[in-house]
Design a protein around this ligand. Structure first.
Ligand SMILES: [Fe+2]
Length: 430
């Protein structure tokens, strides 16, 4: 096997170990729906196997379907998450057997496949990149489900570097063009392509994500009760749902606690805030006299190297995200404290732009000029428009295989179960 094939095989094994670890639980926990926002965990598990069958075995290798009768059950577009508990999905033991059977054949295909073939699915192992990233994204979704389940003891914490106080509040990004998106990263999704020159006026962006301490100041200043800070839709949502703090926060006398994977603990003041909706992020930014960065501002501050005039794969360069660079890949089950990754700073000095929390941007999810859907319209194109806001950077629960400076995620502005925070920006005074 050549180097790329070995790397793919390793990534396939790593992501599967991860999926199996998150579903190593009693059947009852796996088949139950913990929130109408989420699928039963065992649905996610067999869905990743079915996706792997559809794309690697059938589309790329032309292999006869193994279990065509279950395709509809695992088609995310046929049944919304809230209705998935009523599907005749495979019970846990059968689901594990099915995905293992698919995986064995996938490794045979990997052995035989020509990665230099002109077919865009085969070239550079794109189809394997597709299923590896897809499975990691479902693993992150499964973590959100486990968090919503409130069940203790399912995920553990590891060590993260300490935070560091001091340093400037904002970094300056001078006016000028940068190349947004990519034409060259082989596993980039269609929505990251093609690369496009974008000319931006100068701006300032927070050096770090907004922390719990700063967010608490917004709460204590009556931020949730003052419609001046909210968009009309955001204010309506906040009123209707009675929202007064981030999801999973509770007030106990004068102290704030959060529930994290079934444990109640004091809100750590030096961590980035997470579990806030776009509406809350947007309101905070207005209260702070700032705004959310546009998606282009976020990407330039994160990935552009103005000296080399090129984009970096990660804020610090091309090196893989080791433990001193970013909090990615579920090293611990929470964001790292603010200032924990000076070595992971971008060319402009912004820190913690990848890892820790996804970051809401002010932009709607649209295709870049010249966008072409690949390998299927339902990956990105059907979500374009003014319904979803773009999130960037990846959280502590995102794997490095599915994180890069050009990577785009999107969700409804009301969503809070995802591991999401934000940072603010402001335009340069002219
Ligand atoms: Fe999926």
């Amino acid at each position: 096997m050549n180097d790329i094939k070995e790397r793919i095989a390793k990534e396939l094994i790593a992501v599967r170990d991860r999926s199996l670890a998150y579903t190593a639980a009693e059947d009852d926990l796996l088949v139950r729906q913990h929130s109408p926002l989420m699928s039963p965990l065992v649905w996610d598990l067999a869905h990743v196997g079915n996706y792997e069958e559809l794309w690697v075995l059938r589309a790329a290798a032309g292999i006869t379907p193994l279990r065509p009768e279950i395709d509809d059950i695992y088609d995310a577009f046929k049944t919304p998450r809230k209705d998935r508990p009523s599907l005749p999905f495979l019970p846990p033991a059968e689901a594990r057997g099915y995905i293992e059977g698919v995986r064995g054949r996938v490794l045979d295909v990997l052995d035989a496949i020509d990665l230099e073939s002109p077919s865009p699915l085969h070239r550079d192992g794109f189809v394997f990149g597709l299923v590896i990233q897809h499975e990691h994204q479902h693993d992150e979704t499964m973590l959100a489900t486990l968090q919503l389940s409130g069940q203790p003891g399912l995920v553990s914490d590891g060590d993260l570097p300490p935070g560091r106080a001091g340093g400037p509040e904002e970094v300056h990004v001078p006016a000028g063009p940068f190349l947004m998106g990519t034409d060259t990263l082989p596993w980039a999704y269609d929505n990251e392509r093609p690369a496009t020159w974008v000319d931006l006026p100068g701006y300032r962006i927070d050096r770090l994500p907004v922390g719990n301490r700063a967010y608490l100041a917004f709460i204590e200043d009556g931020g949730y009760d003052d419609p001046r800070w909210w968009t009309p839709e955001g204010w309506q949502w906040r009123q209707r749902r009675g929202i007064t703090a981030p999801l999973f926060w509770t007030r106990d006398g004068g102290a704030w606690h959060r529930t994290r994977f079934g444990r109640v603990e004091p809100v750590p003041m030096d961590e980035p805030v997470q579990h806030v909706s776009w509406y809350e992020a947007d309101a905070y930014a207005r209260w702070a006299g700032k705004r959310l960065p546009t998606e282009a501002e976020w990407e330039k501050a994160c990935g552009w190297d103005p000296r080399a005039r090129r984009s970096r794969r990660y804020p610090w360069g091309e090196a893989d995200p080791g433990p001193s660079l970013a909090n990615l890949g579920h090293r611990s089950s929470h964001p790292a404290p603010l200032g924990a990754y000076p070595a992971g700073a971008s060319a402009y000095g912004a820190e913690q732009m990848v890892g820790d929390v996804w970051e809401w941007t002010g932009s709607w999810f649209h295709g870049y000029p010249g966008f072409r859907s690949f390998p299927y319209k339902e990956y990105s194109e059907v979500f374009f428009g003014e319904e979803y806001r773009v999130l960037r950077g990846g959280s502590w629960a995102a794997d490095p295989a599915a994180v890069r400076t050009t990577f785009r995620n999107w969700d409804y502005p009301i969503r809070r179960q995802i591991f999401t925070g934000f940072r603010c920006a402001r335009s340069e005074l002219v």
